[in-house]
Design a binder for this molecule. Structure first.
Ligand code: NAD
Length: 424
């Protein structure tokens, strides 16, 4: 394919966000895909994307772009797009180490006139306050006269084949009117849904972080409602179905909030708020509710066991689904682990079956991962993550793994009301 544009773009971090972006850009630009993980690079060179976001036959093996873990190879670029992770540490504070080291790497490669665009989710101010000084120090160039900076948050949703790079409006921003325009033009060239030029980098950063914070809070509200309705003996889904008939009722479903975005990004915002002396209340209370749902679900399952006169201690339980969301192989921050911990703390022995992963993917597991659950063996079964395979299987076949009178708990209401013994 002939290259239509002059720019050479280096993507730093080829994960869920960076790889699809690199593939998309490579249709129009010379692209260098850089990752610090040599295994990831060798897999991509072999045409394999373990995240499942990019179809191998589509682009990976076609030699359209260069995949590398060698820092020197990114120097040929004049536009750098940083898509490294922005996790939190064990104190739930932003862990900016990947962002800092990626900025050091890019700073070392920058030349006069280059542009660095950040896509990683951060708190408002991070690009200009944290990244720009590193770029200046490592490049010896001055901000805005030597190099420009942009911020364009990513909005993709893993495993969602409908909302893709091409079909999601992209918010763009830049450190000067000229840079803003170049950033906007770059994304316009690959996003048919169009772009939204934000007035500043901080506005673009804040917009991204509140999208996920709002979602986290809306889910926290329905999780709290599910706890209340559970105590009242009312089925939450039935209530939501009824309330959703009002034109302005916003529909969200209760469940576990894991992954590396919804449950993480609000802490970036609360960190910044606390730094400037404001103690956020609503955001953190929503986080607390969502974080306690694993324990709540485990306790609901154990209550049902008790009602059936089944002892939890020594029982065998089957958990269906381990990933942080359905139809996706991503295990990061999956809250199913915590739910399993709660059940195990009360003496249950857990087998996990998740067709989206292999047992090699599960780090430090203290439970058994199986590809073939035993028949008529389990005292309880928790459908934790309703992958399509489980829905296709249907609750009757799932019940065959359980012993007589087995408790089946349907966390996400994947099955007809009444077909399982409990649901959120
Ligand atoms: N995954 C999503 O759905 C999603 C959606 C929107 C925004 N985001 C944000 O995008 C960013 C990236 O997320 P992701 O899900 O793609 O992460 P990821 O973990 O899937 O991928 C990150 C990649 O970066 C590499 N990496 C880590 N440190 C590096 C470094 N210093 N230099 C080069 N490569 C490095 C890792 O090896 C990995 O391959 C995060 O800020 C995330 O919050 C993610």
């Amino acid at each position: 394919m002939s290259k239509l544009q002059q720019d050479t773009i280096a993507i730093i971090g080829l994960g869920y966000v960076g790889l699809p972006l690199a593939v998309s850009l490579s249709k129009k630009y010379q692209v260098i895909g850089y990752d610090i993980d040599p295994l990831r690079i060798s897999e991509l060179r072999a045409g394999f994307d373990r995240t499942g976001e990019v179809d191998s036959s589509e682009a990976l093996s076609a030699g359209i772009m260069l995949f590398t873990d060698q820092a020197s190879e990114i120097e040929a670029a004049n536009i750098y797009i940083v898509t490294v992770p922005t996790p939190i540490d064990k104190h739930k504070k932003p862990d900016l180490r990947p962002l800092i080291s990626a900025s050091e790497l890019v700073g070392g490669a920058l030349s006069q006139g280059d542009i660095v665009i950040y896509e990683s989710t951060v708190f408002p101010g991070a690009t200009e306050e944290v990244c720009v000084p590193i770029l200046e120090a490592c490049s010896g160039l001055a901000f805005n006269t030597g190099f420009g900076v942009g911020y364009s948050p990513e909005r993709i949703n893993p495993a969602d084949k409908l909302h893709t790079i091409d079909t999601i409006v992209k918010v763009t921003s830049g450190s000067s009117p000229q840079v803003s325009e170049r950033v906007a033009k770059l994304y316009e060239s690959i996003v048919s849904a169009g772009i939204y030029p934000a007035g500043s980098i901080k506005v673009a950063e804040a917009a991204k972080v509140i999208e996920n914070t709002q979602r986290d809070l809306n889910i926290a509200l329905v999780n709290e409602l599910a706890i209340i309705f559970g105590k009242l003996g009312i089925d939450t889904k039935e209530v939501l179905d009824a309330a959703s008939t009002k034109w302005n009722f916003l529909r969200f479903s209760p469940g576990l909030v894991g992954g590396h975005c919804i449950g993480v990004d609000p802490y970036y915002l609360t960190h910044k708020a606390e730094e400037i002396g404001y103690s956020p209340q609503i955001i953190l209370s929503g986080r607390r509710i969502n974080d306690q749902m694993s324990a709540h679900i485990a306790s609901e399952v154990m209550k049902l066991m008790n009602l059936r006169k089944k002892l939890v201690n020594g029982s065998r339980g089957l958990v269906l689904g381990l990933t942080f969301k359905e139809n996706c192989p991503d295990l990061r921050n999956s809250k199913v682990f915590e739910m399993i911990d709660e059940l195990q703390a009360c003496g249950a022995q857990i087998d996990v079956f998740d067709p989206m992963i292999s047992h090699f993917d599960v780090p430090n597991k203290n439970f058994h991962v199986t590809n073939c659950p035993d028949n008529a063996a389990y005292s309880f079964i928790v459908v934790a993550v309703p992958h399509e395979q489980f829905k296709e299987l249907g609750v009757q076949k799932i019940r065959r793994w359980g012993e007589e009178n087995c408790v089946v708990y349907d966390v996400k209401s994947a099955f007809e009301q009444g077909s399982c013994d409990g649901r959120l």
